[in-house]
Ligand binder design. Structure first.
Ligand code: ZN
Length: 360
């Protein structure tokens, strides 16, 4: 007989697979030579500001999401990917198409490569394509920072050594979706199947080669109240900084299609986090970071019903402040924000547990 926690995890995994349904078989045939997305935006690069190119490569998708585990409870990025695996040459073409957006831009530049999975998973990106892409990045002297994304299991010493050798003295960061430093929250609420120990080991392997870790921290996975979610995100930030990460990237949950989060949201059992909660976590992160760790947040669908939102009246001002903070690290941008809805948010923090019981 499984333990009660294992039984709950089984139920959540089952519900996640169910929410994904047949959507996995309905992925569109994509042009394998074009990236899923590519855009340039102002970005924080080390202690400076510059332009950052984000590239989302179109791949077959995250191995965890493709597996019988069903992927994470809030993530539908798998469905944006390709139904067949592009070739090494295709990946290189995707990369080159995106890189053209940097034409004529001055240093310092940052290039962030996302795959909606793991750039370092050889079953997702062939090693030949990875090496060619890294080689091109190393030959462009305007590029001061490279950010890659990976789950911890693909962060190995030999890979770290090779990346460092290729990219020279650039700032290199690996983005890992830690989400929560609480194993129970990560396993149960998110259905993400790695533990804090493997995250810690990845931070160390990367650090041995002067490669930083950008920890993605999730705000408000399902099954937590606003207050528990806020506290969990703050604890995660503190723990991640203690473990030696170089950047904190806060991600408020947004309601993506064909996910368990969407199922709960449709039943009125999930509300994305308040923007006030986002501000609160960022304030806490700024204080914990003590200027040594960058704190950024680029909320998806902010101010919209499926994204982090407040009352509608104050949303754009708060989102603007969040973006300004991410760029400047100046926490005072939050000082003059106020709205009537702040009272309702505070009320939610204090009484949501009780109201959940009353309205059961
Ligand atoms: Zn408001």
């Amino acid at each position: 007989m499984n333990s009660p926690l294992e039984q709950i995890h089984d139920a959540i995994r089952h519900a996640t697979v169910h929410a994904r349904g047949q959507s996995i078989n309905r992925r569109k045939a994509r042009d394998p030579t074009r990236p899923a997305a590519a855009w340039v935006a102002p970005g924080r690069i080390g202690q400076d500001q510059g332009k950052a190119l984000s590239i989302v490569l179109s791949t077959i998708g995250c191995a965890h999401a493709r597996s019988d585990e069903g992927g994470c409870t809030m993530c539908s990025y798998l469905l944006d990917g390709s139904s067949t695996s592009p070739s090494s040459e295709d990946f290189y073409n995707q990369f080159q198409t995106a890189m053209a957006k940097l034409d004529g831009l001055p240093a310092p530049l940052s290039v962030k490569i996302y795959t909606s999975g793991s750039f370092l998973d050889e079953s997702e990106i062939p090693i030949e394509a990875r090496n060619k892409i890294l080689g091109d990045l190393s030959s462009d002297t305007r590029i001061r920072e490279v950010v890659l994304e990976s789950r911890p299991e693909y962060i190995e010493e030999s890979t770290m050594m090779h990346i460092r050798e290729t990219l020279g003295d650039r700032i290199v960061e690996l983005g890992i979706g830690l989400e929560s430093s609480n194993d129970t929250v990560r396993f149960l609420c998110i259905n993400k199947n790695f533990d804090l120990k493997s995250f810690k080991e990845s931070v160390q392997s990367a650090k041995n080669h002067d490669i930083g870790i950008r920890a993605y921290v999730l705000l408000k996975p399902p099954f937590l109240t606003e207050q528990s979610a806020l506290i969990d995100a703050q604890n995660t930030v503190t723990d991640a900084i203690f473990m030696g990460v170089t950047t904190i990237s806060l991600n408020p949950v947004n309601v993506q299609r064909n996910t368990l989060v969407e199922t709960l949201w449709e039943k009125g059992k999930f509300r994305p986090p308040w923007l006030w909660s986002v501000v609160e976590v960022l304030r806490h992160a700024h204080e914990s970071a003590k200027g040594k760790v960058n704190v950024v947040c680029d909320p998806v669908a902010a101010g919209k019903i499926r994204g982090t939102h407040n009352c509608g009246k104050c949303d754009s001002a708060v989102v603007e402040a969040i973006r300004a903070f991410s760029l400047t690290q100046d926490v005072h941008v939050f000082d003059n924000l106020d709205c009537d809805c702040k009272t309702l948010w505070k009320h939610t923090l204090e009484h949501e547990d009780i109201s959940l019981v009353i309205h059961k």
